[in-house]
Design a protein around this ligand. Structure first.
Ligand code: UDP
Length: 393
């Protein structure tokens, strides 16, 4: 819930006395309810209303004035014409509105800057206290620009009509959640996982899902055999997730600086070219070849996770990967990307306490992975891989 102290009303009056006067009254009225009010004006209008606003502020009201620079000259107006009632002639009306129109960029920049930072909230009625921000929620509550709500609705309707639900999980893992779900589904819930454990044969484990980029699993096994038990970090962000080049760089450098041996999986696709470019320009593969192994394309994940040399799994928290990590008893470094993965992260980090988060902030909607800025930096990656995180797991 947003408290009154956190609410901020922004009032942008048309620059005319007859609009500003009632807006100032409105500002006082709102501020008396304990909220903050920002009045957007221009310097001369601010001076004109300063006495009344200062008195309101002096009486304890949370009112502030934001001044936008009025482009009188650019719009062909004489200086000082910042309010409609101060125009020397009606012929200037058009120029006046042009000037007001020119304020849009300044006003938008200000609104962008004051956007509230995402606040975590507690998801109600869960067996544990789970906090998330809105931008970490699955697509149904936090859609991207490619809206698939109509398809979601169909899936949901089919789920509701279904006789029951078979789930790739096991009761001991999340009994209280299974119990709650059973109540909703009249008991018709069956947990049959972790399904990955049905692959006992190494060939089955290796060839699960796709052809691996290793012709012979032997070479991979030999590489893994050469490391101490529980010393290698395996980093793979699932089959769908594509991280941006800036994030890849932080991930790669974080792995390098951790000092741990590592396997890093690089997915094929449109994002691969800039990644390969960075790797070769920075000689990353050569530089780290003593203890780093890059797998391009499909990695035999379940085979890798079952090797005793694996000491940590840097995962995007897809449910399969989550369960595979749990089934292999490997502590996890969590880097959720999209879908329900932030909730899986919370489960690993806050409920099971077998995961450490790198601090991913919000969903990267599939197909929209173009955000240029860094969400997770290499220091976070390095910190979460330090061997002491495994001590308590
Ligand atoms: N997987 C794999 N090799 C890869 C990438 C993924 O074997 O290089 C498998 C992984 O073991 C898991 C599945 O693909 O079984 C990925 O499912 P998950 O729910 O973890 O994530 P998603 O790919 O749906 O994001």
């Amino acid at each position: 819930m947003v408290t009154e102290q956190e609410l901020n009303f922004v009032l942008i009056p048309l620059l005319a006395a007859s609009h500003i006067i009632p807006m100032v009254d409105m500002a006082k009225l709102l501020a008396r309810r304990g909220v903050t009010v920002t009045l957007v004006m221009t310097p001369l209008n601010a001076i004109r209303f300063t006495a009344v606003i200062d008195r309101a502020i002096g009486s304890g009201l949370l009112i502030r004035v934001l001044e936008l620079q009025f482009p009188a000259k650019e719009a062909g107006l004489p200086e000082g014409c910042e309010s409609a009632d101060l125009l020397p002639a009606l012929a200037f009306r058009r120029n006046f509105f042009v000037a007001i129109d020119m304020l849009q960029d300044q006003a938008e920049k200000f609104l962008e800057e004051m956007k509230p930072k995402p606040r975590p909230f507690v998801i109600p009625d869960l067996p544990d206290r789970i906090e998330v921000t809105k931008c970490q929620l699955p697509g149904a509550f936090n859609p991207g620009t490619h809206c698939i709500q109509d398809i979601r609705d169909k899936i949901r309707a089919a789920e509701i009509r279904a006789y029951g639900v078979v789930i790739n999980t096991f009761e001991e893992l999340e009994q209280r959640y299974v119990d709650e779900f059973r109540k909703l589904k009249d008991g018709r819930v069956w947990c049959i996982g972790p399904l990955c454990l049905w692959n006992n044969d190494n060939l089955d484990k290796a060839q699960r899902g796709n052809k691996t980029s290793f012709d012979k699993e032997d070479s991979l096994n030999k590489w893994l055999d050469s490391w101490q038990p529980e010393s290698v970090v395996y980093a793979c962000l699932g089959s769908l997730g594509r991280i941006t080049i800036v994030q890849f760089v932080e991930l790669a450098l974080g792995l390098e600086e951790s000092g741990c041996p590592f396997i890093l999986v690089i997915k094929a696709g449109e994002g691969q070219a800039p990644i390969e470019d960075w790797i070769s320009k920075n000689r990353f593969e050569k530089r780290t070849k003593e203890r780093g192994l890059l797998i391009r394309g499909w990695a035999p994940q379940v085979l890798i996770l079952s090797h005793p040399a694996i000491g940590g799994f840097l995962t995007h928290c897809g449910w399969n990967s989550t369960l595979e990590g749990i089934a292999a008893s490997v502590p996890m470094i969590t880097w959720p990307l999209f879908s329900e993965q932030f909730l899986n992260e919370r489960f690993l980090v806050h409920v099971l306490k077998t995961g450490v988060s790198v601090g991913s902030q919000g969903v990267m909607h599939l197909g929209e992975e173009v955000v240029p800025e860094v969400q997770v930096n290499k220091e976070e990656v390095t910190k979460s891989e330090r061997p002491n995180i495994y001590a308590n797991s």
